[in-house]
Design a protein around this ligand. Sequence first.
Ligand SMILES: [Zn+2]
Length: 240
Amino acid sequence: MLDAMRAVASLAAVVLTVGCGGTGTQSSLTAPSAAGGSPPVPIPNGDLSGRIDNLATVADLITYNQAESVGLSVPVEGPIQRATGIITRWELPIPVYVDPSIKGNCAQEALSYWQSVTGLPFTFVGADAEPRITVRAAGSDELNIAAGLGLVYRTYTNNRARLGVVKILTSAATCTSTSALFRHELGHAIGIFGHPPGGLMSSPIVGTMASQREIDILVQLYRLPHGTRIEPDGTWRVVQ
Ligand SMILES: [Zn+2]
């Protein structure tokens, strides 16, 4: 997902922010805190089929992960090869490479934040490791008017995430405090491929904290095995 730096009402902005709905009018977010330590790591229980009780989360998983198309290709990384109709998530711990073009600790802070609210663990890997998410700076030649981008662009045959990228506009890539931008783009790269309104993943970005809705999406996503297809009634099964 490309994210516009500001809501410029130009044609270019409209084109580049297709799919970035929401006006971001919410001013105060009720965000869960991580008081009392990280929640448990969400993992599958070994079943190959099942049912998700929370139908709101089911709808969100289908809309913002299983069915979401993040585009055809991106500069540098090339074609986006990810099947829809099946969930995409990382095997844990989520492997991340933070490129030296990122100055400061905002990437690490964003990883720690997501872990603190979802329980998802991360591990640092090398520049050429596979699978991995690369977090790096990028110029406007890659991002145009966007401030950032985060997505999964390669998957294994069962749609398990293989390569992902978080690009932060170079002018924002030196960062030493809580960064909604880093958190938001990382949220895309770990499984929320669209912009559910009202939280950290909305577009334009509002606030710095994930909503319970966003947390529920990620926690439920990582409880499902790779290759899972979710039906709107909440039933799911491994199909690939
Ligand atoms: Zn976005």
